[in-house]
Write a protein that binds this ligand. Structure first.
Ligand code: NAP
Length: 294
């Protein structure tokens, strides 16, 4: 029996719990404690069968844990680690699910002096535009990737434990450096969310916005679905992956200006080349990959 303590039982923390419960066997079972600030949310998580025990007291929540999972927004990680510090034992494995990794590692370094060897940062590349425990799914991570970003000095046994838990959820686990993670995700996840949010925000402030949304076709719906994602979570992601996100935004801005200029002067070559190359790249990757929101 592995005792897992999930701090922040929302979409991702709740889905992790559900996935482990779905795949538990007589020899591989889990006792899952949820920690949260609101009793009513924990009661709901209990009612839904997502967790076995709910605690609003952090010390009680982690007291017997083998593995502690931080399921909170990345902006809340540093404060939670500060509170956790006196409660951790050397045997406990810690991991997180945050969408940015440099900031999580920096927070751990600030709180502990150096990231504890048994703290293995992680990020499941799966999600939906919904949030909260009600939206948690027991198959959210099946055939999805989970990125682990161990650092120098990470404990190999802790790494194995975290990897096995994600594999048990049906995920494919890959490792990369913290920096590579933040750069790749800035381009593939954070930038698209910025575009979707800005597009919908811009259109909603246009005078004829009722018509715009009334006549929006499937493509608009597909492209903007992610603008329904949790604003607080994306606020935190922006502020915690600033350098990489700004770099991709700048690059994108340059390309958008190039396209704007091609439209202005009627440059068919640039337009056709841009669309053709983008289509080819998209077709190539879309057939190979399937991924959730993140
Ligand atoms: P969520 O559904 O909103 O869940 C977050 C949970 O954390 C909620 O239960 C929330 O409880 C709790 N929480 C927030 N601040 C807290 C604090 N200071 N102390 C204790 N609990 C706190 O969010 P989520 O989508 O699961 O995201 C959680 C993490 O996963 C984030 O770091 C996000 O970057 C990452 N992630 C998200 C996705 C995705 O697609 N959603 C995908 C991959 C990774 P309250 O209701 O009390 O605030």
């Amino acid at each position: 029996m592995i005792r897992i303590s999930i701090l922040g039982v929302g979409l991702i923390g709740g889905s992790f719990a559900r996935s482990l419960k779905r795949t538990a066997t007589a020899t591989d079972s889990f006792e899952i404690t949820g920690y949260g600030r609101r009793r009513e949310l924990l009661d709901r998580a209990l009612e839904l069968g997502v967790i076995d025990r709910g605690e609003t007291d952090l010390a009680r929540a982690v007291a017997a844990a083998d593995v502690v999972v931080l399921g909170v927004p990345v902006g809340a990680v540093a404060e939670l680690l500060r509170q956790l510090r006196p409660l951790l034992t050397p045997e406990m494995v810690i991991t997180d699910v945050g969408s940015t990794k440099g900031s999580v590692v920096a927070a751990a370094e600030e709180v502990f002096g150096a990231i504890p060897p048994r703290f293995i940062p992680g990020h499941p590349i799966a999600g939906t535009e919904k949030s909260g425990v009600e939206a948690a799914l027991d198959d959210l991570f099946v055939q999805r990737r989970v990125i682990l970003t161990p650092v120098e000095g990470s404990d190999p046994h802790a790494l194995t434990t975290v990897r096995q838990l994600w594999q048990q959820c049906g995920a494919e686990v890959v490792e990369m450096s913290v920096r590579q993670h933040d750069e790749v995700l800035a381009a593939t996840s954070h930038l698209p969310h910025m575009l979707a949010y800005t597009l919908v925000d811009t259109l909603s402030r246009m005078e004829e916005h009722d018509d715009i949304f009334r006549f929006a076709a499937g493509g608009f719906r597909d492209f903007t679905r992610i603008a329904s994602s949790n604003p607080r979570m994306w606020h935190d992601i922006c502020l915690n992956n600033r350098a990489a996100l700004l770099k991709t935004l700048e690059q994108f801005g340059t390309e958008l200006e190039r396209l704007q200029e091609a439209i202005r002067v009627g440059d068919s070559d640039v337009l056709l080349r841009t669309f053709t190359e983008a289509k080819q790249a998209r077709d190539r990757y879309a057939t190979k990959e399937s991924s959730g929101d993140e």
